[in-house]
Design a protein around this ligand. Structure first.
Ligand code: SF4
Length: 132
C-alpha cells in the first residue's frame, strides 16, 4: 500500500541527483537531506507538480508559496517533464521518476540543456549522479 504521494517539482529530481549538502540556507539543506532520505527509504510515491513543493517549503526564495524565480524554475520543470515523457499531475514511484531522470536526461548528457543556467550548475557538473 502506497503512502500519500508527495508533491515534487520535476526539476528537483535533478537537484536531488547532485545534492551534496549545499543549498540556500542551513535549514533548507537539512530539510532537503531529510526529504531525500525519506523518499529513497520509504519508496514514497510523488505527484509531479509545477509549483512550490515540499522541498521549497523551507527555502528562503519561497515567498508565500511562490518561488522568487518562478518563471525560470517552472521552465526547468516543464523541460524535465518533456524529456522524460511525463505530465504534470502524474503520480509515480520516486524510484521510477529518478530512473527516468537518469536515463533520459543525465545519462545522455542533456542536463545542462534543462538547467544549465542555474547558479548551482558548476557544482552539478563536478558531481556524479546518485541515480546512476
Ligand atoms: S522556492 Fe524556488 S529556489 Fe527555492 S527550492 Fe523551490 S524552486 Fe528552488
Amino acid at each position: 500500500m502506497w503512502d500519500e504521494p508527495l508533491p515534487l517539482r520535476p526539476h528537483h529530481g535533478l537537484c536531488m541527483a547532485f545534492f551534496q549538502g549545499k543549498g540556500y540556507s542551513g535549514g533548507f539543506t537539512a530539510a532537503l537531506a531529510a526529504r531525500l532520505e525519506e523518499l529513497e527509504g520509504a519508496r514514497r510515491p510523488v505527484v509531479l507538480t509545477v509549483g512550490t513543493d515540499a522541498v521549497c517549503a523551507p527555502c528562503p526564495h519561497n515567498e508565500g508559496g511562490v518561488c522568487t524565480s518562478a518563471e525560470k524554475t517552472a521552465a526547468y520543470d516543464r523541460a524535465v517533464l518533456k524529456v522524460c515523457g511525463l505530465q504534470e499531475g502524474v503520480v509515480l514511484a520516486f524510484s521510477d521518476f529518478t530512473r527516468l531522470v537518469q536515463e533520459r536526461i543525465i545519462a545522455p548528457g542533456l542536463r545542462r540543456q534543462v538547467c544549465g543556467d542555474c547558479q548551482w550548475d558548476s557544482l552539478c557538473r563536478a558531481t556524479p549522479s546518485r541515480w546512476a
